[in-house]
Design a protein around this ligand. Structure first.
Ligand code: TXA
Ligand code: MG
Length: 324
């Protein structure tokens, strides 16, 4: 298959491909998604095939707005509150499917729940509107790899495997959406992400943190090895060896590394999140024995950054095995 590279002006063509059941990568404010018609089993299966996902992980369903979302899932007062406050934006809500929810069961891996999100990106919103259907979209990387934050990242892994890539430039947020489970009495954080949990707690009160240490993670895509560069990662580094690449944060970085890239010289976590995946990709090169990473504060977007870094570090410690 020849993968077409589409410009924002080709949005109508991208929408037509999606309506025809093809898989199309498109930009969102978090990372690039690999989209397909969420109501079609065949189209959704094409996503799993292109990503090389060995198991059927539930996908996030992207919709145009809260009204469209309410047709797919049951909203309680809490869900309405956070939807009104944080959509469009980097927040996915796990809710109970409505009985007449048209989303393919393959997209939600046979679960009685569905993860919904309204992206805050002009092209994503325009595309969903033009298709007129919910769009299932995991991050547009090969299974087990780092999420793409540019069209080039997508092409590097999925060229030839998908119909098209809609190029909207780099992603503003840079880490995936926060996944919040509202199906139970207590709100549960399944994945820290682009919406700081502190902001959610200001609206909902205390949110339970779900540990994914168990064998069956609450959010199936959250297995420890999910975000993996090939080089081993060394976290909380206070120094760097001459054969290491260093990811710095803040104004001061230890000397001695083969190469240094900074997530944010001013120590800004929002800027750091936006730079995270592109930096990991840039430094994941055979000339470095490892990638050392300076400590990142565990607050705001720092929680999502540290979560992804810990997963990447854990992946390096494990023998090669099929990822989620
Ligand atoms: O920012 C994002 O969320 C990006 C962009 C493209 O929107 N998408 C994304 O999708 O990161 P993906 O498939 O890479 O991650 C989806 C996460 C996984 O951890 C998955 O297990 C979880 O959401 N998830 C999806 N549906 C779920 C459900 N019904 N219950 C629990 N977790 C669910
Ligand atoms: Mg992903």
């Amino acid at each position: 298959m020849i993968t077409r590279r589409l410009a924002p002006a080709d949005l109508a063509l991208a929408a037509r491909l999606l309506r025809d059941g093809e898989a199309v990568a498109f930009p969102t404010e978090t990372v690039y998604g690999l989209g397909a018609d969420a109501t079609s089993d065949r189209a959704v299966a094409a996503i799993f095939a292109a990503k090389g996902r060995p198991r059927f992980n539930p996908l996030i369903i992207h919709v145009a707005g809260a009204m469209e979302a309410e047709r797919l899932a049951r909203f309680d007062e809490r869900a309405r509150l956070v939807a009104a406050r944080f959509w469009p934006g980097p927040l996915s809500l796990v809710l109970d499917r409505r009985a007449d929810c048209p989303v393919s069961l393959l997209a939600s891996a046979g679960l009685a729940t569905v993860a919904l999100r309204v992206p805050a990106h002009g092209l994503a919103a325009g595309l969903i509107q033009a298709v007129g259907k919910p769009i299932a979209a995991p991050s547009a990387n090969r299974s087990g790899r780092i999420s793409p934050t540019s069209a080039d990242h997508v092409a590097a892994e999925l060229d030839g495997a998908i119909a098209a890539i809609l190029d909207g430039g780099p992603c503003r947020v840079g880490v995936e959406s926060t996944v919040l489970d509202l199906t139970g009495e207590r709100a549960r954080l399944l994945r820290p992400g682009g919406t700081p949990v502190e902001d959610l707690e200001a609206v909902l009160g205390a949110i339970e943190r779900v540990s994914d240490a168990g064998a069956t993670p609450a959010s199936p895509g959250m297995l420890a090895s999910h975000y993996a560069p090939e080089r081993p990662l060394r976290l909380d580094a206070a120094s760097a060896a001459p054969d290491e690449a260093l990811i710095a944060f803040g104004p001061d970085a230890p000397a001695g590394a083969a190469r240094v890239m900074s997530l944010s010289r001013s120590g800004d976590l929002v800027e750091a999140a936006a730079n995270l995946f592109a930096t990991l990709r840039a430094l994941d090169r055979p000339e470095y024995a490892a990638i050392a990473v300076m400590p990142i504060p565990e607050e705001g977007l720092g929680r999502a950054i540290n979560d992804r870094l810990r997963r990447a570090a854990a992946a390096g410690l494990q023998p090669e095995r099929p990822g989620p």
